[in-house]
Design a protein around this ligand. Structure first.
Ligand SMILES: [Ca+2]
Ligand SMILES: [Ca+2]
Length: 202
């Protein structure tokens, strides 16, 4: 019996050590380096337009952030994505590969958003390991930078569209492979984003 007690103790210690050694957060994308058609997967429906560039004026992590300037037609759509298994293969510029992130240790993804406080909304989507797209809605209620902590439990599966090959099981299947921004209010606007992190939020 004593040996089982010892094994249990060692296993408990390993679990505790693993818990302590997992960082509280991990930066996964800071949008450093070139931001072009080769490194960002972006586009818009006909009649709408979207442009991306490096914002070196407004940034929080590193030397620059991702600036998105757009003009959205009322019936249009657009996307600006980074990550893996996208049409633009060079958009795989995360600082940590999806499979190397201990997703189960985290419960949220956070980002820095530079807005104008004009009340626009931006969909922030994540695509899971089986292709299902989950949405969190960002409100532009602040002029300047704000941090948004998006708990995994507050994402919902997109009902308006999913990729044909997505397994729509309504479970977030880790690892998450990509994220994307989609401004949702018609008209012109611009945003900058920086410091995409995974974290254990309270
Ligand atoms: Ca940055
Ligand atoms: Ca899923």
């Amino acid at each position: 019996m004593r040996i089982f007690g010892l094994i249990l103790l060692v296993l408990s210690l390993i679990v505790i050590l693993l818990y302590i050694s997992t960082p509280k957060e991990a930066l996964i994308d800071s949008f450093e380096g070139p931001l072009t058609k080769e490194t960002v997967d972006f586009g818009a429906a006909e009649g709408s337009s979207v442009k991306v560039s490096a914002d070196t004026q407004n940034k929080v992590c590193g030397e620059q952030s991702l600036k998105i300037e757009y003009n959205l037609d009322p019936s249009g759509y657009m996307w600006v994505a980074r990550g893996y298994n996208l049409d633009v293969k060079g958009a795989d510029k995360w600082l940590v590969a999806p499979e190397d992130i201990p997703w189960k240790s985290y419960n949220a993804v956070s980002l820095m958003m530079h807005g104008s406080g004009q009340g626009a909304v931006v969909a922030f989507d994540i695509k899971d390991n089986l292709g299902e797209i989950w949405r969190y809605v960002l409100d532009d209620d602040t002029k300047g930078w704000k941090e948004v902590i998006c708990l995994f439990k507050d994402f919902f599966p997109r009902k308006d569209w999913q990729p044909d090959n997505a397994e729509r099981n309504e479970i977030i299947d880790f690892p998450i492979k990509s994220f994307q921004f989609e401004p949702r209010l018609a008209g012109k606007g611009q945003f900058s984003f920086d410091c995409i992190k995974v974290l254990k939020a309270k």
